[in-house]
Design a protein around this ligand. Structure first.
Ligand code: HEM
Length: 549
């Protein structure tokens, strides 16, 4: 080992430290490395080995002593990584353009602050946001380059059709589809296909929805005769069957109980895996790693293989019923990337349409058990319509739609505040300037429960949607299906399912809590989990056959 005066080691360690700072200033600050977690991680590992290989040729000091070369390479690597981290932390804490926005100190430094809060609250990020709004106001810094906004005046500038924002890095962490692409031109073109597909197939699809609802009514009558029913389960079975029929041409067979073992296992894995999504959506680079390695992760691989098998079967079907898949197939190139897009969009249909609808239905049934006067109001509206056999789930009805909307206002199916990124030059929202490359989202859950937007905002008052419009101060704050160019493509389809099930179940069954149960609504809704889609706590309800007078 050379003595300190002749050794190159101090120079190498100093250079590594300066390189760490330079890496931050010239690369990490400018490039979205979250997009490339695997290659970034791999580059750091490769850097160590390159250094270890290069050192012996730099000086006899290392050539003569290879273990020493490995140690110095390791020390240099740590100097680089530590100086990079220190530079990042100092910048985030004191120099970042978002430094004037209020928020918890830990959140400025790293998204691990949010991750920790999600763990602490068992996926209750929306409850953390409630606290943050109370403490810091309408614009809160929740991450190093992230703001959550509680001001409804920001909805149109951020989410509207003329918005200058783009989708945020979260969307890169998933496979490409109409929902996840950050390429606006591609989205516009693909979204046109989806919109046309729904426009052409919705009316054809209505009788199929009614068929599934009939199956659901039989299931509820059968199981309900034995005792209280786990409402989450029947709603999930219904929505997965409807969506898989839409995506693959056939239901998975959950409502009637004839699903196969793979379908059961896929459903279980999806339900068990959702908590992980609640965590990972705060650290998209980790989510991206999971997507990259999905071939090696059993449950993800199983779902991919199973859905791709169903897509192949659907492609070979002769004279299939008209549905969304048919339209997507006709409008997707038969190339490698086209096939991959089609597969991922079939999974998207099930992913975007199943748990969302199931959660909405579960909350509506819980609300009907809580507020029996609205079960009666539904019957008063729907009985005459069913008596003349003129019910169509494509048509809105004042009370029916009001009950659905009010339930979704207070208890939305999607908690995720659709992530956006400001353009390089930043943007203005009223007097507020938001710097460029800031990740922003609107806290939809809080905005919909804000007294500035709805009178008696935390109360379940469906009448605000038809007979008492004065209870709505700002209709734009209601956005369970999002608004703007990336709003829900399946909104009309979802409303058809919700109308069909809610109207028919309400007219056929009394819905109550199990005898002896002292249902605590505050506790129940406090236990809702936020894992992108809201996870409704398990709840049993009694569905007893209605005795008509
Ligand atoms: C109650 C049921 C539903 C609710 C509450 C709901 C809500 C939403 C929300 C909030 C978004 C925006 C997500 C984001 O910001 O990233 C979205 C997007 C989307 N939803 Fe739904 N959804 C429902 C049902 C459905 C159904 C049945 C389908 C049918 C396949 C569907 C298809 C989609 C698609 C394709 C997108 C992406 C649209 C785009 O980015 O252009 N959804 N949905």
């Amino acid at each position: 080992m050379a003595d300190l005066q002749t050794s190159l080691t101090p120079t190498i360690l100093a250079t590594a430290s300066v390189t760490g700072v330079a890496l931050h200033l010239f690369l990490f600050k400018r490039v979205e490395v979250d997009k490339r977690p695997v290659s970034t991680g791999a580059s750091f590992i490769v850097a160590y080995f390159l250094l270890a290989l290069a050192l012996p040729s730099l000086s006899a000091e290392y050539n003569a002593n290879l273990p020493w070369a490995l140690i110095v390479a390791g020390l240099a690597w740590w100097c680089l990584v530590l100086s990079l981290c220190v530079s990042i932390l100092i910048y985030r804490a004191f120099l970042h353009p978002l430094r004037k926005f209020p928020g918890p100190f830990g959140a400025r430094l790293s998204k691990f602050w949010a991750l920790n809060k999600v763990l602490e609250t068992k996926c209750g990020w929306y409850r953390i946001l409630d606290q943050l709004q109370q403490q810091y106001g309408d614009y809160v810094r929740t991450g190093p380059r992230e703001l959550v906004i509680f001001d409804s005046a920001a909805i149109t500038p951020i989410l509207g059709f003329a918005s200058v924002t783009g989708k945020g890095p979260f969307y890169d962490s998933m496979e490409t589809s109409v929902s996840t692409t950050r390429d606006h031109a591609f989205h516009r073109q693909r979204r046109k296909i989806w919109d046309l597909a729904f426009k052409q197939s919705l009316a054809d699809y209505a009788p199929r929805i009614e068929e599934f609802t009939s199956q659901l009514l039989s299931r509820i009558a059968r199981d309900g005769a034995k005792g209280p029913i786990l409402v989450n389960e029947v709603c999930i079975h219904y929505s997965y069957d409807v969506m898989s029929a839409l995506a693959f041409g056939d239901p998975m067979g959950f409502i009637q109980g004839d699903s196969n073992a793979v379908a059961n296992s896929v459903l279980n894995n999806i339900q068990n895996g959702v908590d992980a999504i609640g965590l990972l959506l705060h650290v998209p680079w980790l989510m991206g790693m999971l997507t990259t390695f999905s071939w090696a992760i059993g449950p993800m691989r199983q779902w991919n293989e199973y859905s791709e098998g169903l897509v192949e079967l659907r492609k070979k079907k002769r004279d299939p019923q008209p549905d969304l898949f048919g339209h997507l197939l006709d409008n997707t190139d038969d190339t490698r990337s086209g096939r991959s897009l089609l597969n991922s969009e079939c999974r998207l249909i099930v992913g975007a349409g199943s748990d969302t609808t199931a959660t909405a239905l579960t909350f509506i049934f819980v609300n009907l058990a809580l507020y029996p006067q609205w079960l009666q109001a539904l019957r008063d509206e729907m009985d005459p319509i069913f008596a003349t056999a003129s019910f169509e789930c494509t048509r809105s009805r004042p009370v029916l739609d009001a009950v659905i909307q009010e339930s979704m206002r207070l208890h939305p199916s999607v908690f995720f505040g659709s992530q956006r990124e400001t353009p390089a030059q930043g943007m203005r929202i009223g007097d507020m300037y938001i710097p460029g490359h800031t990740i922003i989202s609107i806290a939809g859950y809080q905005v919909a429960r804000d007294e500035r937007n709805f009178v008696r905002a935390k109360e379940f008052l469906p009448e605000r949607w038809y007979s008492q419009p004065a209870l709505i101060l700002n209709k734009g704050a209601y956005m369970p299906f999002l608004v703007g160019p990336f709003n829900c493509a399946g909104r009309n389809m979802a409303m058809m399912e919700l109308r069909s099930v809610v109207a028919r179940v309400a007219c056929e069954f009394d819905i109550t809590f199990p005898p002896g149960m002292d249902f605590d609504a505050h506790d129940y809704f406090h236990r809702v989990k936020d894992h992108f889609i809201a996870g409704a706590p398990a709840q049993k309800l009694v569905f007893s056959k209605r005795v008509k007078d």
